[in-house]
Design a protein around this ligand. Structure first.
Ligand SMILES: N[C@@H](CCC(=O)N[C@@H](CS)C(=O)NCC(=O)O)C(=O)O
Length: 206
C-alpha cells in the first residue's frame, strides 16, 4: 500500500533502535513515521512474523516493504523528504567522517553486547564476556577522549555524534560503564550533545 504511514519497530531500551528514532526527530518526520513497540526475545512473539530476524529497528516503508539495520534505515529516512542532513562531507574529510563513524560504531557494538549480557539471568551471564567488553570499552573511551576535539565532532550533528552519544548514554543502563572519571573532554562533549532535543527526548528507559 502506497502513502500509508511508515512503521518503525523499536524497543525503549534498544540503542540501535534509538538511532533512527533520533533521525526521525531531526528530520521532523514524526507525522510520517509511527513508532511501534516490538516484543523481542520472547518465544512466540507476534513480532517474529513481522520481522523474521526479530531484531529492532525495523522499518516498514510506506510501500509496504520492510527493512532492517539502523544505518540503512537512517539513510532511507534522511533521503525520504526534504534536504538531507547526514550526507558525508566531500573530499578527504569523507574518510575522517567514515573513520569516526566506525569508531563510534565499534564502541556501541561492544557496549551493546555488555548490556545484553547483563539482561540475562545472573547465573547465565558470562564473566569472560563481561570482562572483555568492559576492558574494550575502557580502551575505546580513552581513544575517544583523545579524539573528541576533532572538528567533525564539534560541528553540525553527524551520524557519528548520534552513534557515539547512544553508546555513551548506556552509562544509564550499565552500572560498570562508569566512563566519565578521567575523561573530562568526552564528558563535556556528551553533556553538550545530550541537551539537544532529539537526544533528550529519546533517553533510554532504565
Ligand atoms: N546491526 C543492527 C543491530 C540491531 C540489534 O542488534 N538490535 C537488538 C536490540 S539493540 C535486537 O533487536 N535484539 C533482539 C534479538 O537479538 O532478538 C542495526 O544496526 O540495526
Amino acid at each position: 500500500m502506497v502513502n500509508a504511514k511508515m512503521k518503525l519497530y523499536i524497543t525503549d531500551t534498544s540503542p540501535y533502535a534509538r538511532i533512527p528514532r533520533i533521525v526521525v526527530l531531526e528530520k521532523g518526520l514524526e507525522k510520517q513515521v509511527e513508532m511501534v513497540p516490538a516484543q523481542t526475545r520472547t518465544v512466540g512473539s507476534p513480532y517474529y512474523k513481522i520481522n523474521p530476524s526479530s531484531r529492532v529497528p525495523y522499518l516498514i516503508r510506506n510501500d509496504g516493504v520492510g527493512m532492517e539495520d539502523s544505518a540503512v534505515i537512517c539513510k532511507y529516512l534522511d533521503e525520504f523528504t526534504g534536504p538531507t542532513l547526514f550526507d558525508l562531507p566531500p573530499g578527504e574529510e569523507e574518510w575522517e567522517a567514515r573513520r569516526l563513524g566506525a569508531l563510534a560504531g565499534t564502541l556501541l557494538e561492544g557496549v551493546s553486547v555488555w548490556v545484553r549480557e547483563l539482561r540475562r539471568p545472573v547465573d547465565e551471564r558470562s564473566p569472560t564476556i563481561l570482562a572483555h567488553e568492559q576492558s574494550r570499552s575502557e580502551r575505546l573511551i580513552d581513544t575517544w577522549n583523545d579524539q573528541i576535539d576533532h572538528p567533525l565532532m564539534n560541528g553540525k550533528l553527524t551520524m557519528a555524534h548520534i552513534v557515539l552519544i547512544t553508546a555513551l548514554q548506556l552509562e544509564l543502563q550499565i552500572k560498570g560503564f562508569n566512563w566519565r572519571p578521567g575523561h573530562p573532554e568526552l564528558s563535556e562533549w556528551a553533556d553538550r550533545v545530550a541537551d539537544r532535543p532529539s537526544i533528550a527526548a529519546t533517553v533510554p528507559s532504565m
